[in-house]
Design a protein around this ligand. Structure first.
Ligand code: FRU
Length: 487
């Protein structure tokens, strides 16, 4: 199927047609990264949810497969996770893939949510719902009771399954020997972090701290409202988990954000990845305008997957996100420059082949004391412009004139992320696809993910200096080929 409609992403996953939101059921098994997702197969707006399905062997090229989970008598299929049940604890069969998801039912003004299982014995190609569903029935006390994230905690023989569940502004923990019988054990929230919106789609995992003989647990929580760029966004907590409950080491009123752009939500990590890597992907959208973005037969796409680690910074331990090596798979011509001095008020425009898909890496040196502003400008034709500016301790992504912006009043905006430049150096890595930009600063310590809808015209990149000169110490501009999306 040709994928050449306006705004169609060429190296980000999108479905051939119809609506998607959250990534679900991320699990690695026998060489394949499974990506399930919230899917409405009859419409380009949200509705009765199914789990759509795609697989990839390299996290760049994707193969869309038939729908995995359909609504049934217990409700529609909301978000959740998947694991490989290596020791057959549930008794579904050897090496069953087990999906743990929310069954959702609307009843007039109220809703009922319960947690259920399905399993596959053929690498996710066909699924059987567990006959005893739901395994966690709805409760009258909790209107929001959803998005189970399940993982194995502890040693192979002595550990147990853990389920994290979003309930209003709490994350509840349950434990189980077999994925079927669950016992409530702890909770986290109680005023920690951002509490402006409802909490959704939790994730929890342990990571080593770079350069230290220590680990920390990272809890990711989607917050629908109140994110730095407005609307939905992704906060995280660093702390400890003892198998039953999580304790945050962030000060209570402080929210840490995994991304400062407007379009990074419901982030989830893959289970069972060989060699213990932690890989994350998010829905590249925002509930404020998700139903209105001006794409055609499909609506919704995912970010580039990112490899996670923990860095010790002056402010404390922080999440580092490094995109998978897209250019290794799709890289075409590369242009390199170094030592380009841009005078105050000046512009540097590298001579490059036109093309619309790019990865860019740039390093700017401002001297010890950063004075003026500087940055880069992306221009499609003469009318669509995105600027990325470093000014007064903030990285600012401005999409007010980025093309089609009028579909929602909140879309055209400039979003700011705080970023200290310790030695006056700013390193940027940027991916430009047909309707998105992902920006990583200082080796992934900051990320900013944004949808844009520019005209399909050749893209020009230029760099500018404001009141003071800046040196572009290193620049790499690499054209990318389109990924393959078999369907
Ligand atoms: C998050 C979310 C989840 C829910 C799903 C429904 O974007 O609201 O909490 O399970 O989407 O599609």
């Amino acid at each position: 199927m040709p994928r050449n409609e306006p705004y169609r992403p060429q190296f980000h996953f999108s479905p051939v047609a119809h609506w998607i939101n959250d990534p679900n059921g991320l699990v690695y098994y026998k060489g394949e990264y499974h990506l399930f997702y919230q899917y409405h197969p009859q419409s380009t707006v949200w509705g009765p949810m199914h789990w759509g399905h795609a697989v990839s062997r390299d996290l760049v090229n994707w193969n869309e497969l038939p729908i995995a989970l359909y609504p049934d008598q217990h409700g529609t299929i909301f978000s959740g996770s998947a694991v490989v049940d290596w020791r057959n604890t549930a008794g579904f069969g050897p090496q069953a893939l087990v999906a743990i998801f929310t069954h959702h039912q609307s009843r007039g003004d109220t809703q009922s949510q319960s947690q259920s299982l399905a399993y596959s014995l053929d690498s996710g190609r066909s699924w059987t719902k567990y006959a005893g569903n739901p395994v966690l029935p709805p409760t009258n006390r909790m209107h929001d009771f959803r998005d189970p994230k399940v993982f194995w905690y502890g040693a192979a023989e002595k550990g147990h399954w853990v389920m994290c569940l979003a309930a209003g502004q709490l994350i509840l923990f349950y434990k189980s020997p077999n994925l079927i019988d669950w016992e409530a054990c702890g909770g986290f929230g109680f005023g920690h972090g951002s509490v402006e919106g409802v909490w959704e789609t939790p994730d929890l995992f342990e990571l080593p701290v770079e350069g230290r003989d220590e680990t920390r647990w990272v809890m990711l929580v989607g917050v629908n409202q109140g994110a730095p760029a407005g609307g939905s966004g992704q906060q995280y907590f660093i702390g400890h988990f003892d198998g039953e409950s999580f304790t945050s080491q962030n000060p209570k009123g402080v929210a840490l954000w995994a991304d400062y752009g407007a379009d990074f939500y419901a982030a989830q990590s893959w289970s069972d990845v060989a060699d213990g890597q932690r890989l994350l992907i998010a829905w590249m959208n925002n509930w404020v305008y998700a139903r209105q973005i001006p794409t055609g037969v499909w609506r919704g796409e995912m970010t580039v997957p990112r490899r996670l680690s923990l860095a010790q910074t002056a402010d404390g331990i922080r999440l580092r996100q490094q995109p998978v090596a897209v250019a290794q798979v799709l890289g075409l011509q590369e242009l390199r420059e170094s030592g380009v001095i841009i005078p105050a008020g000046g512009v540097f425009a590298p001579a490059m082949e036109t093309g619309s898909l790019w990865e860019m890496r740039a390093e700017f040196a401002t001297g010890e004391v950063q004075r003026g502003d500087f940055g880069l400008r992306l221009t499609w034709g003469d009318g669509c412009i995105v600027t990325v500016t470093y000014r007064d301790g903030f990285l600012i992504f401005d999409r007010t004139r980025s093309g089609a912006v009028g579909f929602n009043a909140d879309f055209p905006a400039a979003h700011r992320a705080p970023l200290a430049l310790d030695d006056g150096t700013l390193r940027l890595q940027l991916f430009v696809d047909h309707s998105s930009i992902e920006l990583f600063a200082n080796d992934g310590l900051l990320s900013l993910t944004e949808r844009i809808f520019p005209d399909a015209r050749p893209l020009q990149i230029s760099f500018f200096a404001g009141d003071a000169p800046v040196t572009l110490t290193a620049l790499s501009l690499q054209r990318l080929a389109a990924a393959q999306f078999a369907a």
